[in-house]
Design a protein around this ligand. Sequence first.
Ligand SMILES: [Zn+2]
Length: 115
Amino acid sequence: MIVYGFRSRNKVLGQVAYVCPQCHKNSYHTIVRSRRWFTLFFIPLFPFTKTSTSRCNICGVQTRIHNQQAEAYFEQPQQPQVISQPAAAPAPASQPAPQYPATPNYYNTDQSARF
Ligand SMILES: [Zn+2]
């Protein structure tokens, strides 16, 4: 027997202030992201719907809003990460790196070098 079903999960994205269409007051609205999950044996496996609602904090009226709009409310300004390197002084050139031979001499095949 396979037990499957659906489950909704809500997540508050944040608050946005604008004039409510119902009470006509400039109030904060709670933006809620609701996702429906397909569950198998009560374990949510994957989400298959995503809706966003806006709830007025004064009168409580809920309105559906576009997902893109809900995300645009709380989108962090995407600024390119500029890794500012401090003007580090270049490595001092007075001390050259020690020069190691590229290949050790152990494999020298020069016959005259053998004992
Ligand atoms: Zn309202």
